[in-house]
Every structure is written in C-alpha cells, then in structure tokens.
Design a protein around this ligand. Structure first.
Ligand code: ADP
Ligand code: MG
Length: 227
C-alpha cells in the first residue's frame, strides 16, 4: 500500500526550466491584464461575458505561474537548526481559518522534545501548507486532519498528515508529484511536485498511504543530526 517516490533529477531540470519560463511570462501577463481592463472600460457595448472569461483564464494562468515560481530556488535559502514542531504550528495557525470555513478540524499530536532539524523553514512551511491544503480540499463535507510528529528509527523525524477524504486509487499513487497531475477542476497539479522537491533537498523522503473512501496519510521523513 505504500509507495516511495524518488524523482529528484527530473524535478530539478523541470523546476529550473519552469521557473525561468514563468518569470518570462509574468511581464507580458501584467501588460495584458492592464490593457484588457482599459479596453473593457472604453468599449460601449456590453461584452461582460467575454471579459469575465478572459479575466478567469488570466487568473488561472497567473496561479499556475505563481506555483511554478515556487519551484525557483529563492535567492537566499537559509538552512539552520530549527524545531519543526514550531514550523508546523505556525502553518496550522495560518490555515486554521480556512479549515474552519470547510468544517475541518486540525488535530496536532507532537511527541515532546523532538530534535532540531537542519532545514530551510520557509521551504518546509510550503510543504506543510501544500499537504494540509490538499487534505482540506478532499473533505468537502468536513472532517479531521491529524498532524503528528515523532522520532522514527535511524535519525529521522516522522511527520504524518492524515485526512478523512476521498482517498487516492492505488493505480494513481505513482502519478503524485508529476507536473500537472490534478483531479481538481481548478487544480494546478504542481503542489506535490514542489513538495517532493523540497523534501528531497532536505535529504528526506515521502511515503503515501491511501484507501479510497477512507482517507490518505502523507508520511514525511526528515533526517536529524546530519548536514
Ligand atoms: P492540486 O491540488 O492543484 O490538484 P497537487 O499537486 O497538490 O495539485 O495534488 C495533485 C493531485 O493529487 C490532486 O489533484 C489529487 O488528485 C491528489 N491528492 C493530493 N493530496 C491528496 C489527498 N490528501 N487526498 C486525495 N487525493 C490527493
Ligand atoms: Mg494542491
């Protein structure tokens, strides 16, 4: 039931390429948005239906570009020793309002006194945001998300994010993390790709356990005591 994913090389190439292209697209996009707005204001007939479609599609392009830019290495990645429970707690606090809106409760279970991890806190935050957001999105009628952290064997911290959502069919597990793989109408299929890349940069790995109709559990393993 478990599947380990290792996709580092492809992800690096795709990531750098994507980020470069995304940068190049952003400027013309800004111009397009501005001029379409001007056009809409200056045309007398009512074409609001067309303009709505244009605006929706532009927003969609924008959100894809923004996710791609997350792939770009930020100018200065700052790795240092940090308590991952703090990073997780900040993320959970940040997403609480969104969770409540969806009738979702986030339950945290952290083992006490976990070792510090040599990490890039902002990057790890992106990982946690992606996974918790996905968990919220697969529970349209609400439910619980359980976030837990414990020491596992061999100097790894084991972080688990578990939902009670629709689950992932077994034959789809291998698609997770592939660019543009999404089952959502408004999805980008880029969140997990970024997630896998960041965890690999931390010399960790991810396993996914899922059962259709029961839920999904993402296991993240991050090494401690090494650089
Ligand atoms: P997006 O959220 O934009 O679709 P992601 O890369 O975050 O892109 O996720 C890709 C796909 O993986 C989702 O569309 C969904 O099919 C599946 N997936 C991810 N997380 C979960 C989850 N917790 N439960 C069920 N399916 C999931
Ligand atoms: Mg997502």
């Amino acid at each position: 039931m478990e599947e380990q994913l290792k996709k580092s090389d492809t992800l690096n190439v795709v990531g750098e390429l994507a980020a470069g292209i995304a940068h190049e697209i952003r400027n013309p996009m800004t111009a397009l948005k501005g001029f379409i707005q001007l056009l809409e204001d200056s045309i007398k007939e009512d074409h609001s239906m067309y303009f709505n479609i244009i605006s929706t599609e532009l927003k969609r392009i924008e959100s894809i570009i923004n996710e791609f830019l997350l792939l770009a290495k930020p100018q200065s990645l700052k790795f240092f020793e940090k308590d991952v429970t703090k990073i997780m707690q900040e993320t959970v606090d940040f997403l609480k309002a969104q969770a409540v809106l969806h009738n979702v409760q986030i339950i945290s279970e952290y083992e006490k006194e976990l070792p510090l991890i040599y990490c890039e806190p902002n990057q790890l935050k992106k990982v946690f945001i992606n996974l918790i957001k996905n968990a919220i999105e697969v529970m349209p009628n609400g439910g619980n998300i359980t976030v837990s952290m414990e020491i596992s064997q061999d100097h790894f911290i084991h972080i688990s994010i578990k939902d009670e959502g629709i689950g992932i069919p077994k034959n789809m597990l291998e698609k997770l993390g592939q660019p543009f793989y999404t089952t959502k109408e408004k999805g980008t299929g880029l969140g997990l790709m970024v997630t896998y890349k960041i965890i690999e940069e931390h010399k960790g790995f991810i396993q996914v356990e899922s059962e259709s109709g029961v839920g999904t559990e993402f296991h993240i393993y991050l090494p401690f005591g090494s650089r």
